[in-house]
Design a protein around this ligand. Structure first.
Ligand code: PEP
Ligand code: MG
Length: 596
């Protein structure tokens, strides 16, 4: 640990832009309430297995933390030794043996047994009055509470007691964690692990929280309550800043608030280029609570509803009625504006606790049982969701979007399920829309993009998922900060796939939108329009700036800009052109004035 008063500055991976200032709240250093309950004889084996699962998860997390520390230039030796010691405690130690015995003999739940063991070990070390052993007692506490957190996964909100205005500091933040954070109370979070394009990152951006990841020695240099500045744009964290730095950042924060307020003035203005091309700007929703902001910024609808929120932080799966009610509420709030509902996209780094351990683990999760692959493997799950969506479509315009499509056959299969659902709903006599909702594919796997012509014959629309398209085209794990620098949605190969998909949609006369994170990057707007896109869907907070770009740009200029970029074979040249923007491209000869 650095000197308690010394400023600590660290550079990580920029995850979500924006500045946040507040006291540090370190996850894991606060007491966790642990339930106690008795087990029946036949529940003991299951409980021991649950403990084993928590041990495996903790082991994996410690390995990742160690790899992270090994990547540090200096000062990592102590951290590595400590992490090794923690790992050692997970295999046959007094802590684990004692806990297992207590589960067997006293028939109590694992977290309670663990808590008892930690207390007993700490008490016996304390009796010996030795500073070395006192430090080991802290280590036992640290490992034990990591295990307890994994065991409590479904029942415990680690952010419930965060003092409003605090910056959360954690080893890692999962999408389910991010869903539990209230952005009004938590302006930002910083983590040891995690990449810029993970789903937790997407959520942080949607919620307007500043976030920085990939800082190996973070936990060892900050204390609870330290003043922290998070600079999400630069990927910087400054703890215990000097007063001049703090003042500068406070001014920058105030300037940003003023700028955002000004952009909000565009909410009622049309999204139209200087030469009269209308561009549809919609919002992505991670959580229903994002809808208010989407309507406030004047989104034309919801271009991507990620339905994972219905499956997170709960022990069981939602039934058809529960899903229908949640969707109906959104449709009604949209009041005639369209809603695109994506079917469940879990697996990979997006885990839903409702599935428990039933999905098993893939060696290579991003390439494993994920999204529609699960839906087609578990038709009841897919059909329940389709039924809820079809019923919600009776209340307003709804489209169904299928994630991770890799072949034409998958869309055909989904359509069969959809028709089966329609017949069943008819028999039940429930309220139905006059037509089945349009069925579309996410284009986010290279095979889908390269088959876009064939897919366009069986799909009613496309939504390009540039986040996964980048991950799978470049073979870069979007959630791994160690390869974050190689993750590049502006890579010529990714852009070609986007262009090819847009053209295929245009030839087949079906709508194509783009709903990955670059849709909300104002520097990409001219390029995306120039590549042929007329619909973009993004985190609501990004929409005003993108609209401003559109209102200041002519389509001919945008096309020339895109042509120039598509002639580059090196990513560095593309980045250079994007940085310069479209200013140097010629104005069109004739300008049609828009009305407002
Ligand atoms: C994408 O992959 O671009 C996308 C929009 O989906 P998600 O980020 O939810 O995987
Ligand atoms: Mg995706």
């Amino acid at each position: 640990m650095k000197n308690k008063a010394e400023t600590y500055t660290v550079k990580g991976v920029s995850v979500s832009p924006g500045i946040a200032i507040g006291p540090a709240y370190i996850i894991g250093q606060h007491g966790v309430p642990v339930p106690e309950y008795a087990l029946k004889e036949d529940e003991i084996e299951k409980e021991l297995k649950r403990l084993q699962n928590a041990i495996s998860k903790t082991q994996r997390q410690l390995t990742q933390l160690k790899q992270k520390a090994e990547g540090m230039a200096t000062g990592s030796e102590d951290i590595i030794l400590l992490l090794d010691a923690y790992k050692g405690m997970l295999a046959g130690s007094r802590l684990i043996r004692g806990t297992e015995e207590m589960i067997r003999n006293d028939r109590v739940n694992a977290e309670f047994a663990l808590q008892r063991q930690i207390a007993a070990i700490k008490a016996s070390f304390a009796e010996m009055d030795d500073p070395y052993l006192a430090a080991r007692a802290d280590d036992v506490g640290e490992v034990g509470s990591r295990l307890i957190r994994h065991l409590l996964q479904q029942h415990y909100n680690p952010f419930a007691d965060v003092e409003p205005g605090s910056i959360v500091i954690a080893d890692e933040v999962t999408p389910a964690d991010a869903a539990l954070m209230n952005p009004h109370d938590i302006p930002g979070f910083a983590t040891v692990l995690g990449g810029a394009e993970s789903h937790a990152a997407v959520m942080a951006r949607a919620l307007g929280m500043a976030s920085v990841a990939g800082m190996p020695d973070l936990m060892h240099n900050i204390q609870n309550g330290d003043t922290v500045i998070l600079d999400g744009r630069e990927g910087l964290l400054i703890a215990r800043p000097d007063s001049a730095t703090l003042q500068n950042y406070k001014q920058e924060l105030a300037r940003k608030v003023r700028e955002d307020r000004k952009l909000m003035g565009l909410a009622d203005k049309p999204s139209i280029t200087t030469d009269g091309t209308v561009i549809t700007l919609q919002a992505n929703l991670e959580l229903p609570r994002d809808l208010d902001m989407a309507l406030e910024v004047g989104a034309a609808g919801v271009g991507l509803l990620r339905t994972e929120f219905m499956f997170m932080n709960r022990p069981s799966l939602p039934d058809e009625d529960e899903q229908y009610e949640a969707l109906k509420k959104i449709v009604q709030q949209l009041d005639g504006k369209p809603l695109t509902v994506r079917t469940l996209d879990v697996g990979g780094e997006k885990l839903a606790t409702a599935f428990g351990e039933s999905l098993g683990e893939s060696v290579n999760p991003a390439l494993g049982l994920r999204a529609i692959r699960i839906g087609l493997r578990e038709p009841k799950l897919l059909e329940t969701q389709l039924a809820a969506i079809v019923r919600a479509a009776a209340h307003g315009p709804v489209r169904i979007l299928i994630p991770m499509v890799s072949s034409v056959g998958q869309i055909r299969q989904v359509r069969e399920h959809l028709m089966q659902v329609e017949r069943r709903l008819h028999r039940r006599g429930v309220k139905m829309p006059s037509h089945l909702p349009p069925l579309g594919a996410m284009i986010e796997i290279p095979s889908a993009a390269l088959s876009a012509d064939a897919l366009a014959r069986v799909c009613d629309f496309f939504a390009i998922g540039s986040n996964d398209l980048t991950q799978y085209t470049l073979a870069i794990d979007r959630g791994d900060d160690r390869v974050a620098e190689l993750y590049d949605p502006y890579h010529p190969a990714v852009l070609r796939l986007i262009q090819f998909t847009a053209a295929a949609g245009w030839r087949a006369n079906i709508p194509v939108s783009l709903c990955g994170e670059i849709a909300g990057d104002r520097r990409a707007t001219a390029l995306l329009l120039g590549l042929g896109l007329r619909e973009l869907s993004m985190g609501a907070l990004r929409l005003p700036a993108v609209k401003q770009e559109i209102r200041n740009m002519g389509m001919q200029k945008a096309s020339r800009f895109a042509e120039r970029i598509m002639s580059c074979s090196e990513d560095a040249d593309i980045h250079d052109l994007i940085r310069k923007g479209i200013e140097e491209y010629e104005e069109p000869a004739k300008v049609v004035r828009r009305k407002s």
